[in-house]
Design a protein around this ligand. Structure first.
Ligand code: PLP
Length: 393
């Protein structure tokens, strides 16, 4: 390694895109629910790196899977078959509802949403999309529009952001008013994450399922943030006892290795050959990490742990009756604390107390701890929030 005569933050600030607002903290190591900075200060990580590290950091099973696979085969595009990929397909199918066992593997949540949208267009031959106010689904823009070969572009030609109608969340009448014979897909988060940690009403999700059945639109549930036990079930749509047509997956699917996936009901059919693709999609390294993640989540019954601990935490926060708190929301270990004031000073105060947490908008404190967190560790997070709110009163 070349030795540079300047500190890490100076280098990053000079070269970074500028697109991120960064916290003045340099993280260099993690273990379990804890991370350490470059001065060896310890933090409880209630961010999981934005909801990714479901099994915490440096989990021995994930580390072993990545290490073994990196010595066997890292890259193997889907033009070939691969043992690790086949293993992951079997495992994904085992945690999905019966019949939801077609998958497109990719590398991020936004790509999973792109894949879900393309699948919906191809499978319905319609173009309209209905999404929700406050929804968040990713940030990609237009790579396909730049691609010259008509073979790739033509099936999706003419599709623009104008084809998307945004309607109020948890409002079935608003949804019913816009979903019709031209609607290819209705896209919804079962708990809105970035939008402020708002769980969908059970009746809302059931109603969307029914409207989609009546109109032939496909129901896409974005489980990028909520999937793999985060909300106390394997997938958040299970709380409403519905089966979507298409599910988008990402974040924690591979225990921290970048990965996304689209899952859909095989009754809808397979995608036409050549209609979609990704260089890294389904690479054996990510597949091995994802299989280890799913196996560990199941072996340690972490979705159930998430349900129990999350319910306890919300009750505990409510019990403390902090005057700075307007409302506590969430499902499982996806917790939103809506404050009466701005969240930024609270996040800063928490960091000074050794706890890292996330915002969701300007006044919601969002906790997405690893699902392996213990009650005592979560209690330490709640105590730190109480102390910080007290200091900022
Ligand atoms: N969908 C949801 C619900 C998300 O929360 C996010 C990211 O926060 C995305 C999609 C986009 O995922 P990525 O940042 O991996 O592209």
């Amino acid at each position: 390694m070349i030795a540079y005569d300047e500190d890490i933050r100076t280098t990053e600030d000079r070269h970074t895109s500028g697109a991120y607002s960064k916290r003045p903290l340099t993280l260099v190591r993690g273990e379990g629910v804890r991370v350490w900075d470059d001065a060896d200060n310890e933090y409880i990580d209630a961010t999981s790196g934005q909801g990714v590290a479901l099994l915490g950091h440096a989990h021995p099973q994930i580390t072993a899977a990545i290490s073994a696979q990196s010595g066997a085969l890292i890259t193997c595009p889907e033009i070939f078959y691969n043992d690790r990929r086949a293993e992951l397909y079997r495992l994904l199918a085992s945690v999905m509802p019966d019949g939801m066992d077609r998958f497109f593997l990719c590398n991020s949540g936004a790509e999973a949403m792109e894949g879900a949208l393309k699948a919906a267009r191809l499978l319905t031959e319609r173009r309209g999309v209905v999404a929700a106010v406050r929804g968040f689904h990713g940030r990609t823009l237009g790579a396909l529009a730049l691609t010259w070969n008509k073979k790739y572009r033509q099936p999706f030609a003419g599709w623009t952001a104008e084809d998307v109608a945004h309607v109020a969340y948890n409002d079935l009448d608003a949804a019913r008013a816009v979903i019709g014979a031209e609607t290819a897909a209705v896209v919804v988060e079962a708990v809105q994450g970035e939008g402020g940690v708002h769980p969908a009403d059970v009746d809302y999700l059931r109603g969307l399922r029914q409207i989609c059945d009546e109109t032939g639109a496909l129901l896409i549930v974005d489980e990028v943030q909520t999937g793999f036990g985060r909300t106390g079930r394997w997938f958040a749509f299970e709380h409403a006892d519905i089966i979507p047509d298409i599910v988008a997956l990402g974040k924690g699917i591979a225990g921290g290795v970048p990965m996304g996936a689209v899952a859909w009901r095989s009754a809808l059919g397979a995608l036409p050959r050549g209609s979609h693709g990704s260089t890294f999609g389904g690479n054996p390294l990510a597949c091995a990490a994802a299989s280890a993640t799913i196996e560990t989540l199941a072996a340690e019954d972490l979705p159930a742990h998430s349900a129990e601990l999350g319910a306890w935490a919300r009750e505990e926060i409510n019990r403390r009756d902090w005057s700075a708190v307007r409302e506590v929301r969430g499902l499982g270990l996806m917790i939103g604390i809506e404050l009466r004031g701005r969240v930024t000073p609270i996040l800063q105060g928490l960091q000074a107390r050794g706890v890292l947490a996330l915002p969701a908008g300007l006044n919601v404190l969002r906790l997405l701890p690893p699902l392996i967190i213990s009650r005592d560790e979560l209690l330490a997070v709640i105590d730190a929030i109480g102390d910080t709110l007290h200091d900022n009163a």
